[in-house]
Design a protein around this ligand. Structure first.
Ligand SMILES: Cc1ncc(COP(=O)(O)O)c(C=O)c1O
Length: 388
């Protein structure tokens, strides 16, 4: 009765089962997987945000496929101020989420069975997005050697006649690595050579841990490029469902892509009026929120390094941006077994590396947006167990 594309394995995994057991026993779980900023103890300007959703103009229905021009102008202003990029409003399409943005772009580029090259390790939602659009994902590895790097020989080997594009996550989740300037050049040459589009997921772009490295792909003009982002991370407001696709590249390709994207967006008209009228306020929130989150991320990293310095068994990998850190742990058991043991014995929840397709066991992923005291306590317990 159902389509093959929805034939997913829906059984719970061992970690979810263990979590339910530990929670039902009444134990307090230290959650080091937190990715929901609205439950991370941040201080939002609640009255202003809620007020912004009650604009009287939202009573008018103005079905603009790319999104209301006032809202698009605000997104363009964000690129101008935060990234020094001047965007033509015609090149912007608003979507309800970055995930929706991915679906639109996958639909635009791929026939059923066509392929997209995606980084590995990376974000697990890709698989589902691709299944739903009948797209085949072909992973290209990121290799760790004093920092993460794109593996261009593997990228070249992965390309086939059916490849339509390359996805980069800038910075990547969970490795926290940016696409470096030399990689950008190689990538752009690679895409030109194979006539591929580039899809750049920049949801974490504003969370660089140091200076440099945060150049947006929205200004890429030599290959057809779709840059995706949204307020879910930019302003830590995932519940507001406001995201966008910026199209850039050679003008003729951009024009053709925009015309088709407009029809895709027009088919759904998924943007709602209150959110679009609230865009100036929602985007403005980023100033206070990004400061709070970056302070927390950096404080947690500092504490992690302090605790790691007192032992020799675990190390963390170099991270340049984003909300996560990767811990390298001894290979005494699988990552999943270790995560389950941590939960049952120490009530600490972490993500095993295999959730993100790490090439082997020996990795745990920790959320750096966890409240500082919980993060420190959680890491302390992890090191206690791993150093036993
Ligand atoms: C790399 C990356 N891209 C996209 C998303 C989803 O963003 P949105 O909430 O806008 O769909 C996430 C969410 O965690 C993410 O980590």
């Amino acid at each position: 009765m159902f389509s093959n594309r929805t034939n997913w394995k829906l059984t719970r995994n061992r970690l979810t089962e263990a979590l339910e057991e530990v929670r039902s026993s009444g134990a307090r779980v230290l959650d080091l997987t937190i990715s929901n900023p609205t439950r991370a103890g941040l201080s939002y300007d609640e009255p202003l945000i809620l007020q912004s959703l009650a604009s009287p103009q939202a009573m008018d229905y103005d079905p603009q496929p790319r999104g209301l021009s006032g809202a698009r102008a605000m997104v363009a202003a964000y690129y101008e101020t935060a990234h020094g990029i001047h965007l033509d409003l015609e090149r912007l399409v608003l979507t309800t989420s970055t995930s929706e943005g991915y679906s639109f772009v996958f639909r635009l580029l791929c026939n059923p069975g066509d392929e997209l090259l995606v980084p590995k390790p990376s974000y697990p939602l890709f698989e589902f997005l691709a299944d739903l659009q009948d797209v085949k994902l072909v992973p290209y590895p990121l290799i760790y050697d004093h920092g993460w790097q794109m593996d261009f020989p593997s990228l070249r080997n992965a390309v086939t006649k059916r490849t339509r594009g390359v996805v980069v996550v800038h910075p990547n989740n969970p490795t926290g690595s940016f696409v470096h300037s030399q990689e950008r050049e190689l990538l752009s040459r690679f895409c030109r050579e194979h006539e591929l589009a580039l899809i750049a997921d920049e949801v974490f772009l504003d969370y660089a841990h140091g200076c440099g490295q945060r150049q947006s792909f929205a200004a890429q003009d030599d290959i057809l490029t779709f840059t995706l982002s949204g307020v879910s991370k930019v302003s830590a407001l995932p519940q507001m469902k406001l995201a966008w696709i910026v199209t850039s590249g050679p003008p003729a390709q951009v024009e053709a892509a925009q015309a088709r994207l407009e029809v895709i967006a027009d088919t759904y008209l998924s943007m709602n009026a209150p959110i679009q009228w609230a865009t100036p306020v929602l985007l403005e929130q980023r100033r206070s929120i990004q400061e709070q989150l970056l302070n927390r991320v950096l404080a947690n990293l500092k504490e992690l390094d302090r605790l790691l310095a007192a032992q020799k068994i675990c190390q963390r990998l170099i991270v340049e941006g984003g909300w996560y850190a990767v811990l390298r742990v001894p290979l005494t058991r699988t990552d999943e077994e270790l995560a389950v043991d941590l939960l049952r014995q120490k009530s600490v929840l972490v993500h095993p590396g295999h959730f993100y397709d790490f090439p082997s066991d020996g990795y745990l992923v920790l959320s750096l947006i966890t409240v500082e005291a919980e993060f420190a306590e959680g890491v302390h317990h992890i090191l206690e167990l791993v150093n036993l």
